[in-house]
Design a protein around this ligand. Structure first.
Ligand SMILES: NC(=O)C1=CN([C@@H]2O[C@H](COP(=O)(O)OP(=O)(O)OC[C@H]3O[C@@H](n4cnc5c(N)ncnc54)[C@H](OP(=O)(O)O)[C@@H]3O)[C@@H](O)[C@H]2O)[C@@H](O)CC1
Ligand SMILES: Nc1ncnc2c1ncn2[C@@H]1O[C@H](COP(=O)(O)OP(=O)(O)O)[C@@H](O)[C@H]1O
Length: 308
């Protein structure tokens, strides 16, 4: 197995890559406003997990766009958020034309996360394209279903049929957070092939799509479009649970809103998520802690990782 050289993401490296810190007199705007577009009638919890994690990573302000039928419950569960109920598809996912409604926030938000718990691939892909047009000047993280933007499963009937998906590239880099199964789906490769050579797979995806790619797993590999590679070994198997990736995406989005680069947010996010898993394993045991418990570990870990 060939292995490309990758820089180890450890506390010493993170300390040399410090997060932007607000001044003592800074208000919530100075720590950034995150827009999370996530959730559906069947998976409202993904929006909750990601959105709360963005605040736990230190973002100052949060708006969530989600399926209208679950918006009131989400607002009650997360009173810190402004929640916008968006029109629903027949399958109770978010409608594609919601990009217009959300576009009213362009210029007011500092980072955008799209994808956790979203359904209905065709409308999700069209929604993401609409959001990319309107929010192109801020850092964007595409997770879960929203990553189908690079290669939809079916030809979405509402999309421009002239798009050549084999040639698709983002006009400016976005951040993608696939696990090996998702990257397999997006590239048409076997999952086993990606797991056998994750460094090659992450770098190829980053170069091909003009994206920063965090290929998640027991070892997470981070690749930038310029060929830079990092890897993180940490956390534990307890992190392999439903909703854990939604929390990671939210942490990264919160860091992006604070003014980090895509690479820095991904590096810190992966390290914080792994360290949170280690804390929970120590306190609760190696298996059986919940995704919803991960984000609460982050504020203290931000201090610990910065000081180590
Ligand atoms: N489902 C739930 O109850 C809950 C889900 N939640 C949230 O929903 C989101 C989706 O999560 P998930 O768990 O539904 O999809 P997951 O397995 O990540 O697959 C995603 C993609 O990867 C692909 N793929 C996977 N393995 C593969 C392989 N071996 N080889 C090839 N492809 C493979 C797979 O392709 P498919 O098999 O459909 O062709 C699919 O396209 C996420 O945000 C999660 O946190 C939460 O709200 C909690 C409850
Ligand atoms: N054995 C492991 N050790 C450390 N981290 C792991 C391990 N297995 C999974 N993880 C991490 O847990 C997270 C799982 O995310 P994901 O598969 O997207 O979950 P979901 O889609 O259900 O939210 C990823 O960040 C991954 O790196």
């Amino acid at each position: 197995m060939s292995r490309l050289p990758a820089t180890e993401l450890n506390p010493a490296l993170l300390r040399r890559w410090p997060l932007p810190q607000p001044g003592f007199d800074g208000d919530k705007e100075t720590r950034g406003h995150v827009l999370v577009v996530a959730g559906s009638a069947e998976m409202p919890g993904a929006a909750l997990l990601a959105a709360e994690a963005a605040l736990r990573a230190g973002a100052g302000k949060l708006t969530v766009g989600t399926a209208a039928s679950v918006a009131p419950q989400l607002g009650t569960a997360l009173p810190e958020a402004r929640v916008i109920g968006l029109g629903e598809t027949a399958a109770h996912g978010v409608q594609a034309d919601s990009a217009r409604r959300l576009g009213e926030l362009a210029g007011k938000v500092d980072a955008l996360l799209v994808g956790p718990g979203m359904q209905d691939e065709a409308s999700c892909v069209e929604l993401v394209h609409g959001l990319l047009e309107r929010f192109g000047s801020i850092p964007i993280l595409l997770d879960a279903q929203a990553m189908c933007t690079v290669h939809p499963r079916r030809e979405p009937h509402l999309l421009d049929e002239a798009v050549d998906w084999e040639q698709f590239r983002f006009p400016s880099p976005v951040l993608l957070t696939p696990h090996a199964g998702e990257l397999a789906r997006l590239t048409g490769k076997e999952r086993a092939a990606i797991e056998q050579a994750p460094h090659d797979a992450a770098r190829a995806a980053a170069e091909r799509w003009n994206a920063v790619v965090a290929l998640k797993g027991a070892t997470t590999v981070l690749a930038a479009p310029d060929g830079s590679l990092w890897q993180h070994q940490g956390g534990n198997a307890g992190l392999a649970i439903s909703g854990s990736g939604d929390v990671l995406a939210g942490i990264i989005a919160g860091l992006l809103a604070r003014g980090t680069t895509l690479e820095q947010a991904a590096a810190w996010g992966v390290a914080l998520h792994g360290a949170a898993g280690e804390q929970l394993a120590l306190r609760c045991g190696p298996l059986g802690y919940l995704a919803r418990e991960i984000a609460a570990e982050v504020p203290a870990l931000l201090r610990v990782l910065a000081a180590q």
